[in-house]
Design a protein around this ligand. Sequence first.
Ligand code: F6P
Length: 548
Amino acid sequence: MTADHWQRLRDHAETLKPIGLRGLFSAENNRFERFSVSLDDLTLDLSKTLITEETLGLLFALADNCQLMARRAAMFQGAPINTTEDRAALHVALRNLSGAPMYLGGADVMPEVLTTLARMSAFSAAIRSGSLTGHRGARFTDVVNIGIGGSDLGPAMVTAALAPYADGPRLHFVSNVDGAHIADTLKPLDPATTLFIVASKTFTTTETMTNAATARRWIAGALGEEAVGSHFAAVSTALDKVAEFGIDKTRVFGFWDWVGGRYSVWSAIGLPVMIAIGAERFEAFLGGAHAMDLHFQQAPMARNLPVLLGLAGVWHRNVLGYGARAILPYDQRLARLPAYLQQLDMESNGKRVSRDGTAVTEATGPLVWGEPGTNGQHAFFQLLHQGTDVIPCEFIIAAEGHEPDLAHHHRQLVASCLAQSEALLRGRDLAEARRQLTAEGHPADVVEKLAPHKVFPGNRPSITLVHDKTTPYALGRLIALYEHRVFVEGTIWNINSFDQWGVELGKELACALLPLLAGQTPETGPGEPVHDSSTLGLARRLCRAMRE
Ligand code: F6P
């Protein structure tokens, strides 16, 4: 019974709480050796979380009880684990460059995957070399990806992260339906040298279709209708809809319904990344993810990074009751990683019913948020250190930066990262605060007045991930680690991590509101307005100002 496992974990937590994280460190001086695990140069340090070997044993038993291994096998075997959409979640096939087959319903998907990859390579090489040009024969200097959610966050985050490896045209990303986004993006660009990639799994998403139509008008207006074909490419699973938009099929890159939007950066959705860094480095990116896939499948639980990261998440969320997690990459180029992981984690595990449709009995996905260090330190870290909520922090840091001439910057970055997790753990008690204020020469009354404000409770958990350098390979491995962590957590919670019905209602209501904003009378049901009075009032208020 899973309930017994939860109870055992909760009873066990009660024995650890009085000891606290600081207490565990005082009692054992080799926590780092005992609770950090590596896959090649990637190290996951869990020692600054309130765990012992007994905790891990109980969490492994919970995972066994939830059939983690069987469900992992089902994912890699292409079983339809996304049961509400009757689909597999086989994104792992997209990075399988091993030559081994991967099956879906008895058919090997790898030939199709590799054919698309080869087409992407040829197309990106032609754009990068200038052999494929714009309508007027000019080389493409700028590529604008139009997409949103998984069709934007992945390529945008990865392109920024791998900027030191970029040697192709400049990349831009337009996602928001707010006209400001496309207007500001296009302002400095020249239509003659700009290529658009319209990226949408469904090719129906309002934001993307609206932005794509605006881009189309921009090209046609500047270069003529006949130029459109040379300035557009598309990535989608809905090839019929792409054809309706008028993009030639030689410039359309497909993927499959077994690739979820937030798991799609490995597919043709990664085309902008490939254009920026070249096919070889893109393959290294896939290779890193594949290494993590093999590790996830093969490593025993006690050495398995995604399992350990997932179970630490469950421990924090369900047993210790923490409702959020902060993602803190100490890497400016990973600035979009928190946003990327927000979609990956919150769209996957923000669920309230189990796989069988009954209400969950345990809390599911936490709030995921963050910013890169060191900037976050000067913004919200105050709350992390002294606020009333405990928020487990996940620090990500590379040993080496990409700026050898600025190694002193990197040393400061590393020192700051380590200092923050140390401060969260250690804290500062009242006696220490008093001692410090006295040493600073304050009179006794000032010491007493200020000391409580200078107390840090400490004992606050954090996880640190370290790799040597944020290369394409290391980034692929890191993202795959987080994907599998989400899978592990979703499995423990017995939810479907691969659907996202929660995004639908807002979309439907937005469609229903459009006529109202265009000044038309809203439909009414039998005696009732379709919209509530607040929404109607706000719509009328906005409508007045929009027309004035
Ligand atoms: O609305 C949510 C969502 O469906 C995401 O899951 C997806 O990544 C995004 O919209 C974009 O969808 P599409 O790629 O079909 O345009």
